[in-house]
Design a protein around this ligand. Structure first.
Ligand code: RNT
Ligand code: ZN
Length: 420
């Protein structure tokens, strides 16, 4: 598509939206201010750089063997930067503790410090993006029996508390340097495969561990703590210590961010409708936007009804500055750079579509009790030229329009990825 046809189509689309009272130019400005936190772990199948080759485990497993996985921090940074260059707007990058740079020395997880992430901080500063962080409570001998913060073994429990504290300090260092708070998200795999007698004990231990982990004073303007619940995992099908109810209570009582992962609830349960409830009791939340196919499979996020509903809830509720949007998927069966681009672009499209909605008008109809008109208008706006506005957004922010980005990914695959 030529530049002038993108612009011409946009001016007609702008007119169509204006008829409904929606200013597309202001919408695009708003959209530009929403950062999406792109997850590092899509780039190397959740391997990390702790040891050569990395090891997976703790119920997290990427499937597929597409060539070109990033094998070291330099490759991962190059891949992520390539993906970001194909996505409109400035975004963030979410690191896991296992993506440290150890300089050839063995660093225990409870000994990690900001110095092991210096390369990442420099890279982020160069790109002008913010970093988020995640302690890694899996892929480790101390997590081999499936318990970390809720372990009955005091040595193991203490080790993981210390890891959590170390990670919050790293998050604080990120935040101080980048001038936006780093969201540091705690997810642990703890749970039981089969029938569990004592469901209370491990939860008491987890509560105690979190209290210790969060007791270390950290500047809230630099680091925000989040806690992520889960329903079940591989090997923890029957019982997960950090359930939704556990963390909802914990977050409310301790003023933490609650992380809602789209794949961590019952298969027909979606997170969109939870947002307006939890934000009555919490200042801010983190979303892990993911796509479960039949189970918590972490497929690449696409523009489907679930994703649209999440974006609509954020926009309709006026929650844009209280919801941190992070992506959480890992697919090793397709080009990993493309997976990132597909996921972030899909999230942005969902937000754009939500921002283009004549929400005030719809709300008015609802309050008046005119549900007929509400439904008619909702159906009508589905076929407005939303794609044209999206194309113009990409064009005006100097990233490839339409399928053009894929050509660039293919070229990168030929030049770089297949040579690994
Ligand atoms: C696991 C959680 C968690 C991880 C990442 C890698 O079920 O969703 O967020 O996916 O920490
Ligand atoms: Zn998650």
């Amino acid at each position: 598509m030529s530049n002038s046809s993108v612009e011409q189509s946009y001016s007609l689309a702008r007119q169509r939206y204006a008829e409904l009272g929606v200013n597309t130019d202001s919408v695009l400005q708003l959209l530009e201010g929403i950062p999406i936190s792109m997850q590092c772990w899509q780039g190397d199948d959740v391997g990390g750089f702790e040891s050569v080759g990395g090891l997976s485990g703790g119920g997290i497993m990427a499937t597929g063997n597409y060539p070109g996985r990033a094998r070291n921090p330099e490759e991962l940074r190059a891949d992520a930067a390539r993906a970001m260059s194909l996505i409109p707007g400035k975004h963030r990058f979410s690191l896991h503790a296992i993506y440290l740079e150890h300089g050839g020395k063995k660093i225990e997880r409870n000994q990690l410090g900001p110095e092991h992430f210096q390369g990442w901080m420099d890279w982020a500063a160069e790109l002008g993006i913010g970093l988020d962080f995640n302690p890694t409570f899996f892929s480790h001998p101390m997590a081999a029996d499936g318990f970390t913060l809720a372990s009955r073994d005091e040595g193991i429990r203490r080790f993981w508390v210390e890891h959590g504290i170390a990670c919050r300090k790293i998050g604080e260092a990120f935040g101080r340097r980048q001038k936006t708070p780093c969201v540091t998200n705690v997810w642990i795999p703890d749970g039981m495969k089969d029938l569990t007698i004592d469901r209370k004990g491990p939860r008491e231990l987890l509560q105690k561990s979190l209290d210790e982990l969060f007791a270390a004073p950290i500047d809230r303007s630099c680091n925000l703590d989040a806690v992520e619940s889960k329903l079940f995992g591989i090997g923890s099908e029957t019982y997960v210590v950090g359930s939704h109810e556990f963390y909802l209570g914990y977050a409310v009582e301790n003023k933490k961010l609650l992380c809602l992962d789209a794949g961590h609830f019952h298969p027909t349960e979606t997170i969109a409708d939870k947002i307006s409830s939890v934000l009555l009791f919490l200042e801010e939340i983190l979303l892990h936007v993911s796509r479960g196919v039949r189970w918590d499979s972490d497929h690449v996020v696409i523009l489907n009804d679930d994703l649209r509903a999440i974006a609509e809830e954020i926009v309709r509720g006026g929650f844009l500055d209280r919801v941190h949007i992070g992506l959480d998927f890992f697919d090793a069966s397709i080009n990993r750079v493309a997976a990132w681009v597909i996921g972030v672009r899909a999230m942005l499209k969902a937000l754009l579509s939500a921002l283009l909605e004549p929400t005030a008008k719809l709300r008015e109809l609802e309050v008046q009790g005119d549900f007929t008109s509400r439904l008619v208008l909702l159906e009508e706006i589905k076929t407005l030229p939303f794609g044209v506005v999206w194309d113009y957004y990409c064009h005006s922010r100097n990233v490839p329009v339409g399928l053009k980005w894929l050509e660039q990914v293919k070229e990168y695959e030929r030049q770089v990825l297949t040579r690994r």
